[in-house]
Ligand binder design. Structure first.
Ligand SMILES: [Zn+2]
Length: 130
């Protein structure tokens, strides 16, 4: 296990200096996962940098009502972040290559997918049988 990275470059794209923002949202490979992940989980596609500002508490809804309404989105963003985090460390520690398909499979197998997507489908099926 490496104790210290030998290079300041992102281990995924190998083209930019890796800081926290690049690691979680700005890397081109992760941007792709953020956008496809939001689409898969039936959320409007929001710029990952704006999501980063929300999940790091730099920008939050002002009113309690707006904050409460944003909780399902925050849970979805949290799940995408968790998938990106685990796939990132898989690349670093297992010397794997970044796989967008692997990230999307992890997201598809999540509780969040079942709630956001299959839950929606379930409700639609109930509505069409009435
Ligand atoms: Zn990168």
């Amino acid at each position: 296990m490496p104790l210290l990275s030998e290079s300041p470059l992102c281990p995924i794209c190998l083209s930019q200096i890796e800081d926290a923002i690049h690691m979680m949202v700005s890397c081109p490979m992760k941007k792709e996962t953020w956008k496809a992940g939001q689409a898969m989980l039936l959320k409007p596609i929001v710029n990952p940098l704006l999501i980063w500002q929300v999940i790091t508490f730099q920008s939050l809804p002002r009113s309690n009502k707006e904050l409460q309404a944003s909780i399902p989105d925050l849970i979805t963003y949290g799940r995408i972040l968790q998938v990106i985090w685990s796939c990132h460390w898989q690349v670093v520690f297992d010397q794997a290559t970044w796989s967008h398909a692997n990230a999307m499979n992890r997201l598809r197998n999540s509780e969040c997918y079942r709630k956001n997507v299959e839950g929606e489908e379930g409700r639609k099926e109930v509505q069409t049988t009435d």
